[in-house]
Write a protein that binds this ligand. Structure first.
Ligand code: NAD
Ligand code: GLY
Length: 364
């Protein structure tokens, strides 16, 4: 087992990464604080695959566990679903010493985390991420929330988990498309923070895509360390943490405009990274060529590099202007200055329009 400590004062916690780590959840929860009860929030697929293992680990540790199942998918990351979780917590008579365990991908982590952040003004929360995307990104750092039709993650709270338990063996059952989505966020970590990691990933693309366990384990461990470094330096995103948003401003707009259905989050971020790397280079923020390098790495991971031609740049720009990362009408983007380094810049609408036209063009 590999342990990564996230040092955030009284909100510090440990991320445990290992093959078979899911069976340790009960022991890990009791080592933090024995809850009056643990409510495991999951979706039907993940509950069927891993629900019993989590419940029996909790029971072995002397914790009463109950499973609450909500519908799968980004379209259920809503206030209505959170309301269903609150109702279940109340039906189960969960008090302030109860805990929520999020078992699933980033959708479950974000919405169960938000329910835990707000139920009775906040109860303990544990993350057991089962998608690559949630293991390398969403489960660490304490961002929780839900979407509105107007935009992604517009309602939310910072609520750090008490512990994160990552079992890389759960990736064996993950659909190939979801695995590729996780690889988008893994590559992002290389682009924004660690040049050597980026080139390793590039070289090992075939092995990662064929689920080589050692490659995936290394990709998860290094990604969690990078995310830990960034979150420790800037927990509430007043500065450095914004670099984690590389690819996400355009990516979120792609998700909103296409109704959270056509592209998975990781695919939209992949498209966003290509367009934003183009902006970095075209607007002179990048010290070295990055656009082609980023596009090639993304294509190697069999992720989309451009959006469907039916998505209009105008509608994307409108969605970008509503993004919560915009400030006083200014659009700020996290852009790579070189592979392994990233910074935040104010970018004109014209520059974004040019990138969106480019991203829509057949040239890629
Ligand atoms: P997801 O949660 O929708 O999961 C994808 C699918 O994989 C689901 O249908 C699920 O049933 C299935 N699945 C999950 N684990 C499985 C397994 N082991 N075996 C078989 N099937 C499995 O998608 P995601 O990509 O994990 O998460 C995307 C969400 O994460 C977005 O809402 C995004 O905004 C959010 N996110 C949050 C943060 C954060 O910091 N809070 C960071 C990145 C992304
Ligand atoms: N996924 C962006 C962040 O955690 O800040």
């Amino acid at each position: 087992m590999h342990e990564v400590k996230v040092n955030l004062g009284e909100r510090s916690y440990v991320v445990t990464i290992g093959r078979g780590a899911i069976s340790q959840i009960g022991q890990i929860v009791t080592s933090v604080r024995h809850p009056s009860m643990a409510v495991v929030v999951s979706n039907p697929t993940v509950a069927r695959l891993y629900g019993d293992e989590v419940l029996s680990s909790l029971s072995d540790a002397g914790i009463r566990g109950e499973l609450v199942v909500v519908a799968a998918g980004e379209r259920s990351k809503t206030l209505a679903t959170v309301r269903r979780v609150y109702d279940a917590l109340l039906d189960l008579k969960v008090d302030r010493s109860g805990a929520v365990v999020a078992l699933g991908g980033g959708v479950i982590g974000d919405l169960a985390g938000f329910a835990a952040a707000t139920y009775m003004r906040g109860i303990d929360f544990y993350q057991v991420p089962t998608t690559l995307l949630a293991q390398v990104d969403a489960s660490v750092g304490g961002k929780t929330g839900v979407d509105l039709p107007q935009g992604k993650n517009l309602i939310g709270a910072f609520h750090q988990p008490r512990a994160v338990v990552i079992d890389t063996l759960t990736l064996r059952t993950l659909p190939a498309r979801e695995l590729r989505c996780g690889l988008a966020e893994v590559i992002k970590h290389g682009i924004i923070y660690d040049q050597e990691f980026f080139w390793q990933l590039e070289q090992r693309a075939r092995h990662l895509l064929s689920r080589c366990e050692d490659d995936l384990y290394h990709a998860v461990c290094r990604s969690v360390e990078i995310k830990r470094d960034v979150v420790q330096a800037d927990e509430r995103e007043s500065g450095l943490r914004a670099i984690l948003n590389f690819g996400h401003t355009i990516g979120h707009a792609v998700e909103v405009v296409t109704g959270y259905g056509k592209y998975r989050h990781g695919e939209a971020v992949a498209i966003g990274m290509v367009a934003e790397a183009f902006i970095a280079e075209r607007e002179g923020y990048a010290e070295e060529p990055v656009a082609e390098v980023v596009a090639q790495a993304i294509a190697k991971m069999r992720l989309p590099v451009k959006m469907d031609a039916s998505v209009s740049p105008d509608s994307l720009l409108r969605a970008i202007e509503l993004d919560k990362k915009a400030r006083a009408g200014e659009i700020r983007l996290a852009l790579p200055t070189k592979i392994g380094r990233c910074d935040v810049f104010t970018v004109s609408r014209d520059a974004i329009c040019a990138a969106l036209e480019f991203a829509n063009s057949a040239a890629l």
